[in-house]
Design a protein around this ligand. Structure first.
Ligand code: XMP
Ligand code: MG
Length: 179
């Protein structure tokens, strides 16, 4: 398995800075609550909230999406709820990657039922061509086509989350290096 870098740590840092500027401007006079989706968003979320120049509160949810490590079955469940009440709050969901759109559609519908003042989504990566349900994020770090990616929080079987860059996995070889 070869991992080929598609976004370097420097490119990610620059893009996260741009997103943070956009988000800071949009929520300047609002009391922002950022909700990260565990586990994949933990590194993106940590960098993003530190790059904001406005205060915010942070919380996390966890979703289980059933299937193998690289193919989702379409069944999604909330296995950890947010702990800070979201009714009346300006909520920004932070997710690692949008693929079929099923996870975020489920989460947005779930959180909407608690009547937040506003609800937007920031996704680090958008795999735009793979949607099974229509879903548009409000803020997107990078857009890509098909392919399975790891690093910067994203994993393959719980491995590679801590890579500082994002790599695409190329199957068919035993080489485990990052190129
Ligand atoms: P859906 O299909 O619901 O999926 O939009 C979103 C979730 O699927 C996982 N996913 C990935 N994880 N590399 C990963 O490490 C990928 O290329 C990838 N594509 C989908 C991820 O958990 C995401 O939250
Ligand atoms: Mg995820």
């Amino acid at each position: 398995m070869v991992r080929e870098i598609i976004y370097t740590a420097d490119e990610i840092k620059a893009r996260v800075g741009e997103l943070a500027r956009e988000i800071s401007a949009a929520y300047r006079d609002k009391d922002l609550l950022v909700i990260g989706v565990l586990k994949g968003a933990f590194i993106f979320m940590a960098d993003l909230v530190r790059a904001l120049d406005i205060p915010c509160q942070v919380d996390f949810v966890r979703l289980a999406s059933y299937g193998t490590s690289s193919v989702s079955s379409g069944r999604v469940a909330l296995t950890k709820e947010a702990e800070i009440p979201i009714t009346g709050r300006h909520v920004l969901i932070v997710e690692d990657i949008i693929d079929t759109g099923l996870s975020l559609s489920f989460l947005v519908n779930n959180l909407r039922s608690c009547n937040p003042a506003s609800l937007r989504v920031c996704a680090f990566i958008d795999k735009r061509t793979r949607r099974k349900v229509a879903f548009e994020a409000d803020y997107v770090g990078f857009s890509m086509d098909d392919g399975f990616v790891v690093g910067y929080g994203l994993d393959y079987d719980e491995r590679d989350r801590c890579l500082p860059c994002v790599c695409i996995i190329k199957e068919g070889t035993d080489d485990c290096s990052v190129q």
